[in-house]
Write a protein that binds this ligand. Sequence first.
Ligand code: SF4
Length: 138
Amino acid sequence: MNILVSACLLGVDCRYCGTGLFNEAVYQLKGQYNLIPVCPEQLGGLTTPRNPVELVNGQAVDQNQNDFTDKFEKGARETLKIAKLLDCKMAVLKSCSPSCGYGKIYDGTFSGNLIDGNGKTAALLAENGIKVITEKDI
Ligand code: SF4
């Protein structure tokens, strides 16, 4: 079975800061599933590295109030396309991210505080019937 995985969790250097965040437990899922790495923010056309972004009232903005919502939403749609093409029924996504976070995300103050909510991609996948979990659930 194919499952989507946030590419940064598999060690791809796609995070805003230009690094990955390899997670051994997620990587070991390769024994049970075909892991399909995706980075919604890159799929939306954002560069790496890039400014950190958080969601404020549903808008994806950086600390200078530059608005990247269109690119975040494009990345979500492209990720959903891949999920459908490859018949992925589950996604293991990076916690807290404004794209990939599920259940908890940063609160928009860039201070590390978390609030209830979902990243743009996680929300769209879940709305389309894909089971979303994060690396913290493994
Ligand atoms: S958008 Fe998702 S996959 Fe890409 S770097 Fe951020 S958390 Fe990782």
